[in-house]
Ligand binder design. Sequence first.
Ligand SMILES: Cc1ncc(COP(=O)(O)O)c(C=O)c1O
Length: 348
Amino acid sequence: MASSSFLCNKVDNIMQNLDAPQHGGRLHAAADLFSIPLAQWLDLSTGINPYSWQPPDIPLSVWQRLPDSYAELESAAHHYYGAEVLSIPGSQWAIQTLPTLFPQARTWIPREGYEEHRYWWQKLGHEIRLYDDLPSLPLQKHDVVVVINPNNPTTNRYERDELIALADTLNTLQGTLLVDEAFMDATPEVSVFAGNSTLPANLIVLRSMGKFFGLAGMRLGFIYCNEHLQQTLRSVLGPWAVSHPAAYVASLALQDTHWQQQNRLRLAQSSIKLKAILLEHFDQHSISCDTLFCTLQLESNKAAQLYNHCAQQGVLLRLFEQWGKIRIGLTTKPGLQRLQSALQCWNS
Ligand SMILES: Cc1ncc(COP(=O)(O)O)c(C=O)c1O
């Protein structure tokens, strides 16, 4: 692991010129492209919970004062995750920062998945290896393996035991396992944090307040990692990287176990309803659903056609043209009705 001065030299010297990944939620661009006013869109292009946790009024003192400690937030997070974590301004921050802290390494990235991982490791000059499935990896000394669990957008999942065994194997090679659990909150029982065993020292886990809690705009996430890396990250973060309002709101949301339980049930029902609508139009083998979205795997240009078809009716989906995939976020009852009518005249 490198110091932060190494970080700066490395960033200056090695940053590669790559095209930044595209994301869902680009409503302004869609409004311009399809000439439909912003307010008329149904945005299903993200995997953000449509029933987000409702923040209370934030006391003026929280806006006025700098956060002088994150102890309360991190204690609530410890209790919620069952592991000691460091608060960060969104898990994206860690995705961008971690590759600056490792010496040049071969980095294994899922062939299909949240593209920011590949982008940042590659941008920082690491050697990228794309994988389809974990068990087949020919690992070498110092390798870094990135697993997105569950994967966005494929919905693939790996078992906790498999990931811990992988971390152990990597440990013998002085390698690192980075598990992105941004979409894990609805199924905490299968998180790498579940169970009582001590976690391997070379394991890094990312969590997000954006997806399950539906608070993506708050820019708050957490990282689990060993003490040495935590110290480095703290010095890169500086004193107030997480805003006081974000820390205040997140502490409350993390302690709201009643909402969390209700929300897990509601999301499960919502996912079943979305899948039922998709089954009316698509082959069951082309549909895979996770707790916050469903993904369609379609023949070559069908994905782009479906995206355009729905967009022309003001329903924004997430197109992954390079993989022939469409991701559709969960939505409320009126949202489902609108999706249903948009799909009515879809000729698959
Ligand atoms: C798999 C995955 N990880 C991490 C992130 C970043 O989330 P955030 O920075 O809001 O925590 C995203 C955002 O879409 C994601 O899809």
